[in-house]
Design a protein around this ligand. Structure first.
Ligand SMILES: N[C@@H](CCC(=O)N[C@@H](CS)C(=O)NCC(=O)O)C(=O)O
Length: 221
């Protein structure tokens, strides 16, 4: 049965998009415009009441939370290289890094882009953004140190979902204009990874994705 992946350009949903591509899954990509508030449309909230992407419709259910989607896809397509399913220690270490990206790095980014999640006070929002950038830079210094420690890729010798998440973080960091000159190992790795054919394909898919039917219907009327 076909899957439907809800994503948005520039978002962490790129990791799930890369994963469905690697799986060779039969899927449809639906791209929300987060700036226009598509994620708060009742039709999307009916799928994911948290109003966030990614969300994956599959087998008559909806899975949300990027790491949950990755575990589902990796278990369903074990040969696709989404996660290192044949090495439980490496799998644990990879999930450790993915969870750190989600629970720490992504939260610092949300402080900068999504202050409304934390406060309604404009002054506090501004302070959150400043402290988010400082904490993000500290996390990047940590990430930079890990490059090369486990092998050529973040979880060892094989490229996996966690390397794509690192690309997503790099895109956010560019938008925030954080000085990356001290993180040469990490930025070099990201440049290298972005030239991979599987990454280029996922980026092209992301750029050419169609909007949800409810947006298309509103535009047509
Ligand atoms: N913990 C969630 C976070 C998802 C998330 O925050 N996604 C962002 C895009 S990167 C989003 O949907 N933002 C919309 C909003 O905040 O309104 C996950 O890992 O899936």
């Amino acid at each position: 049965m076909s899957m439907k992946l809800y994503g948005a350009s520039g978002s962490c949903a790129l990791v799930a998009l890369w994963a469905v591509e690697q799986a060779g899954a039969d899927y449809e990509l639906v791209s929300l415009n987060l700036g226009a508030g598509d994620q708060r449309h009742p039709a999307f909230l009916a799928l994911n009441p948290h109003g966030r992407v990614p969300a994956l419709e599959t087998d008559g259910a909806v899975i949300t939370e990027l790491n949950a989607i990755l575990v589902y896809l990796a278990a369903r397509f074990p040969g696709a290289g989404i996660l290192p399913m044949n090495d439980v220690l490496l799998l644990g270490r990879t999930m450790e890094l993915l969870c750190w990206f989600s629970s720490t790095v992504h939260v610092h980014v949300a402080q900068c882009f999504r202050g409304e999640r934390f406060t309604d006070d404009a002054d506090v929002k501004d302070k959150l953004k400043q402290s988010g950038k400082v904490r993000l830079a500290a996390a990047l210094a940590e990430l930079n140190e890990t490059i090369g420690q486990r092998g050529a890729y973040l979880n060892g010798d094989g490229f996996s979902a966690v390397d794509i998440f690192s690309i997503v973080v790099w895109r956010w960091v560019q938008r925030l204009e954080i000085d990356c000159s001290a993180f040469g190992r990490w930025t070099g790795k990201v440049q290298h990874d972005m030239a991979r054919p599987d990454v280029v394909r996922a980026l092209e898919r992301e750029a050419n994705a169609a909007p949800p039917s409810w947006v298309a219907a509103a535009r047509a009327s």
